[in-house]
Design a protein around this ligand. Structure first.
Ligand code: SIN
Length: 325
C-alpha cells in the first residue's frame, strides 16, 4: 500500500500536511510530534513587517470547534529569511514545506515572495488570500474579489518559479469566478478552505470570547463546508487541490480525497492533540488498505455523487451539464 503523492515535480511521503498557523515554522511541534511521518507542512503566514498579533484570548473552543483571531502574528519576512528558513532546511528534511504569505496590499505579497524566493528549506508558497481576521484595508479579503485575487497571484507568479498554492475562503458565494481567476493568473494549486468568519459570545458577560471580537471558525463544523468546496472546485479545474477544514481522523481525510483533493492539511485537531496528523496518516493507510486499492492516489476524485457515474470519476461541468452550479 503506497501513500506517496507525486505532485509539483516532487514526491510527498503521504498526502497529510500541517495547516498554516498551527505549527509555527515546524519548531513548535518538532519536540512533541514525529514530523518525519508527515507529508509536509505549511508555515505560519509571513507578512512584510513583523506583526505582534491581536489581544488575548486569541483562540477559544465552543461545542462544535474553535474560533481564532491571532492577527497573523509573525516575525516578518526578513527575520524568517534569516532565521526560520535555515532552521527548516536543517530540521525538516524530507518534508515538503510551503511558506504561507499574507499582506494588506498586492505589493506586500510581492515583497515577501521576493525576500524569501532564493531562501533554503521550502518547496513553494501558499498565498493566504482569505484570512478572515485581516481583510485588506477597506475591502473584502482578496479571495472574495476575483480581480484583486488575480492581481496578487499574477504578481507572485512573476516573482517565483516555485509551486504556488492559493488559499480560498469558505464563504465564497460562487466558485467559478475565483477558481478561474486563480487558474488563469498562474496558480499551481488551490487550498480549500480557510476558516469561516465566526463570533462566539459569552451570554453572561455579553462580550466575545476572543480578545479581538470576531474570528475564524474551524474544527469539525467546518468539515462539510471544506469537502463541499473541494468537490465544487474539482468540477471546475484540473489544478491540484489541497483540502483543509475539520480533519481529525483518517476517514475525514479520505472524504477530502474522494471529493477531489490530492493533499490534505490538519489544523485545529493539532491544537487538541499535537500528534493528530500522525494518527491521520496511520488511519488513512488503514482506510486505503481496507478499500483494496494499491495507492492512496486512486481515491482522488472517487466520490460517487448523483450524476457522476458508477466510476465516481470527476467530470467538469461541460462534460456533465447536470453537475453545473
Ligand atoms: C490569524 O492569524 O488571525 C489567522 C490566519 C488565517 O486564518 O488566515
Amino acid at each position: 500500500m503506497d501513500l506517496t503523492v507525486d505532485l509539483f515535480g516532487t514526491s510527498f511521503r503521504n498526502p497529510v500536511l500541517l495547516a498554516a498557523g498551527t505549527c509555527g515554522f515546524g519548531e513548535e511541534l518538532a519536540a512533541v510530534a514525529e514530523l518525519d511521518r508527515l507529508g509536509g507542512l505549511v508555515t505560519k503566514s509571513v507578512t512584510l513587517e513583523p506583526r505582534a498579533g491581536n489581544p488575548a484570548p486569541r483562540v477559544a473552543e465552543f461545542g462544535a470547534g474553535m474560533v481564532n483571531s491571532v492577527g497573523l502574528a509573525n516575525p516578518g519576512a526578513s527575520a524568517v529569511r534569516r532565521e526560520r528558513l535555515p532552521w527548516m532546511r536543517d530540521h525538516l528534511e524530507g518534508l515538503q514545506v510551503f511558506v504561507s504569505v499574507a499582506g494588506h496590499t498586492p505589493e506586500e505579497f510581492f515583497e515577501v515572495v521576493e525576500i524569501l524566493e532564493d531562501g533554503p528549506g521550502f518547496l513553494g508558497f501558499e498565498l493566504n488570500l482569505s484570512c478572515p481576521n485581516d481583510a485588506r484595508r477597506g475591502g473584502l479579503p482578496f479571495a472574495l474579489d476575483p480581480e484583486e485575487l488575480a492581481r496578487v497571484v499574477e504578481g507572485a507568479r512573476d516573482r517565483t518559479a516555485r509551486p504556488l498554492l492559493v488559499k480560498l475562503a469558505p464563504n465564497t458565494p460562487a466558485w467559478s469566478p475565483v477558481v478561474r481567476a486563480a487558474e488563469e493568473s498562474g496558480a499551481d494549486g488551490l487550498t480549500l478552505v480557510n476558516t469561516m468568519p465566526g463570533l462566539v459570545l459569552d451570554p453572561f458577560s455579553r462580550g466575545p470570547l476572543l480578545g479581538a471580537g470576531a474570528g475564524g471558525m474551524s474544527g469539525p463544523a467546518l468539515r462539510a463546508v471544506g469537502v463541499h468546496a473541494v468537490w465544487s472546485a474539482a468540477r471546475l479545474t484540473e489544478l491540484p487541490l489541497v483540502g483543509v477544514g475539520g480533519i481529525a481522523r483518517g476517514s475525514d481525510a479520505a472524504q477530502y480525497l474522494l471529493a477531489g483533493a490530492s493533499l490534505v492539511q490538519i489544523g485545529t485537531a493539532s491544537f487538541w492533540d499535537p500528534r493528530a496528523a500522525e494518527r491521520v496518516v496511520k488511519e488513512l493507510g488503514e482506510f486505503v488498505a481496507g478499500q483494496g486499492v494499491a495507492r492512496v492516489t486512486e481515491l482522488v476524485g472517487g466520490a460517487r455523487m448523483p450524476g457522476s457515474g458508477e466510476d465516481g470519476v470527476r467530470r467538469k461541468p461541460d462534460q456533465n451539464p447536470k453537475l453545473e452550479g
